[in-house]
Each structure stands twice: as C-alpha cells, then as structure tokens.
Design a protein around this ligand. Structure first.
Ligand SMILES: NC(=O)NC(NC(N)=O)C(=O)[O-]
Length: 361
C-alpha cells in the first residue's frame, strides 16, 4: 500500500498570503513515522536533479538542498520572485475557449538518489509556495544499473513504479507520504499537477549498496551510508543528525557532523550502527573535524556480532580525543561484527566514524 494512511497528517489547500514577520509562523508540518530514516536524495550523498521539463521561476537543484527553504520577501529577479525551490511557469490551455490546462498536464523532475535503496517515505515540501504550489503531486521510482542519462531514464521501456499516486497537496506545508515497497530504487520522478513550486523533496529510506562493487573493492568503510551502513539509534539528536557521521568525505562545518547537547548529568552519549553486513573489521577512524571547543572528550568503540550471542565487545578502549582531528586505530586483531557502537564521554561532537574491513565470507 502506498500514499497517505489516515493516521499520518496530510495538508491540502492554499496557505494564506505571506503577512510579514516569521515566514514559517503558519507553515504546516508534522512528525512522520519514516523520519528516522535518512534522506537518500540528500545532495551531500551525491543525489542530483538530473532533468526537469521546466524551471522557469526557480532552479530544480534547490529541491535537494539540505536544510529548510529560505524566504526573502524583498528578493525579486528579472523573471519574478526568487524562490528557494523548483518552480515552473503557469501552464495555459490550448485556446481562448480553453484557457485552463488539461487534466493530465503536469511538470516533472528526475532525481538520481545519492544512495540507492528501499524507500519508506517521501516529503514533498511546499514551504513558501502559497498561491503557487501544485494542486497535486505524484512520485514514481525506478532502478537502472550504471549511470543512466535522462534520455535513457525516459525511454519507453523503463518501468516506473508508483510510490505516491497523484494526490492533492497543501501550499506552505510538509506533505508526507508513507511508502511500502520492498524493492531497491536508484531514481525517482516527481510530478506536479498542473504546475507550480516545490521547495524540497526528501526521500527517506535505507541505503542498499551494490554488493558486486563492494566485493570488487574488498576493503571499504562498512559503516558508510553509501555502502549500506545505518544508524539504528542514538542517545541525542539535539543539534544535528547522527547520520552525518556516516556521510561521505570530511565535514566542513560544525552542523555537518553529530553534536549532542551539553550534558548536565553524569551519563554519556552514543550511536549504534548497523554495518553493511557481517564483516571482518580491521581499522577504525574517529574524526572530530570542526569541533573545537565542543569535541567529544573521550571515545570508546565496541562491536557486536548478532549471529553470535557473545554480546558487545570493546575494541577501542576509552581514548582521549583531540579537537578537530582524525584519530586512527588499527585493531590488535581483526574482529567479526554486524554492529558497532560509538560511546562518547561525556558529550560533544564527532564528525565522522569510519569502520574499515571487508564482508565476512
Ligand atoms: N508572486 C509569485 O511568486 N509569482 C510567480 N512566481 C514567481 N516566482 O515569481 C507565480 O506566477 O507563481
């Protein structure tokens, strides 16, 4: 079953015209059951809007930007109001007698996921699109190997699976849709009927890597999101998401890592990761990049082999961390694990965790 079950909030209709002050004051949003899963269409994972049929008012690339859409009421350009989203021109009918668009008229954007995977939910966010949001949206997905061009994706023989059937949406709202599909997808197509603006598209799910590629690599980072690593749980998500610790590359800003609030008790913070699969781990990296006055103080790394009942085992003992630095640990001997836990004492920031090894045979 796809779409919006009765128990998740849905929004329809116009929002009121912007009345000044905080543009988010009348924004309609909700917590969705799939919020726990990362956004597979995150630009920071390498996702891209590779084509759109129209982007007259605002560029398609805005759809995948991290963070909430910005609205500046005074910002106008040569073509109209500058909008932080993807916005198409107004569609027209064929003649003076039929000035309205036809029922099936729509605009579309093609998105390559940054990490292909299983999709659990979609948010079509129309933030700041009030009188010019789409009346309805639909989302489909497909899986193609390699790096297909837009033309290849749009070929007649490509099978697209409907994730969100054409559904009315609200303006200036986070329009969320639960998806129940077991397949791995590589691309999605967002359609808006008949035209309009969408600020952000979020595609929440679980990354499913190409195992043939990983087998060819041999040794790789088994916690990396792009390799199928996953954050199962974390003690704190106050400032930023623990998923950032398994994003590609180095962190370039403090909010690009995982930062917990200041603890005022005697506890500590932690993240629990599920690895690509059962694997043999040989080396661990903890990067406190961009955390200077608020780096995690000490860290411990433990592993669990869920196929074996021996429980959690510490592989990196509690170690003092330097601010804004990469710390490398070669394990005294390789360990077999399905899960890793990072404990930080007492609190603070960790930008990245890398867990190097290979899949256990
Ligand atoms: N005030 C507007 O935003 N108008 C138009 N859009 C932009 N971006 O100028 C439109 O037709 O939707």
């Amino acid at each position: 079953m796809n779409g919006t079950p009765a128990d998740i909030p849905s929004f329809t209709g116009d929002a009121n015209p912007y009345a000044g002050g905080d543009p988010y004051a009348d924004y309609r949003t909700a917590a969705f059951p799939f919020d726990q899963f990362p956004d597979l269409a995150d630009r920071r994972l390498g996702a891209g809007v590779i084509a759109a049929n129209d982007e007259f008012f605002a560029e398609r690339e805005n759809l995948l930007k991290p963070g909430a859409a910005h609205f500046d009421p005074e910002h106008f350009g040569h073509k109209g109001k500058i909008m932080d989203g993807w916005e198409t021109r107004r569609r027209r009918g064929a003649s003076a007698d039929t000035p309205h668009p036809a029922d099936d008229d729509h605009d579309w954007a093609l998105v390559r996921l940054g990490a292909p995977g299983i999709i659990h939910g979609i948010v079509v966010d129309t933030a700041h699109f009030r009188g010019n949001h789409p009346q309805a949206v639909g989302v489909e997905a497909t899986a193609l190997p390699g790096t297909p061009s837009p033309e290849e994706l749009l070929a007649d023989d490509v099978k697209w699976t409907v994730l969100v059937p054409r559904t009315p949406v609200g303006g200036h709202a986070a329009n969320g849709f639960v998806v129940h599909r077991p397949e791995r997808f590589t691309h999605v197509r967002l359609s808006q009927y008949p035209d309009g603006g969408v600020a952000r598209l979020r595609v929440h799910g679980e990354s499913v890597p190409d195992l043939v590629w990983l087998a060819a690599l041999g040794t790789f980072d088994l916690a990396a999101l792009e390799n199928g690593g996953h954050v199962e749980d974390a003690s704190d998500r106050f400032y930023s998401s623990p998923f950032h610790t398994i994003h590609p590359g180095r962190s370039h800003r403090m909010d690009d890592g995982w930062e917990t609030r200041r603890r005022r008790d005697h506890g500590h913070d932690w993240v629990r990761y599920r690895l690509t699969g059962r694997s043999e781990l040989r080396a661990v990296e903890i990067d406190t990049g961009c955390y200077k006055g608020n780096s995690a103080g000490w860290a411990t790394v433990s592993v669990l082999d869920a196929a074996n009942s021996s429980g959690w085992r510490e592989v990196v003992p509690r170690t003092r961390l330097e601010p804004d630095a990469v710390h490398r640990f070669v394990l005294p001997e390789p360990v077999v694990a399905t899960h890793v836990r990072l404990d930080i004492h007492p609190d603070g920031g960790v930008a990245r965790l890398r867990v190097h090894g290979s899949l256990a045979s």
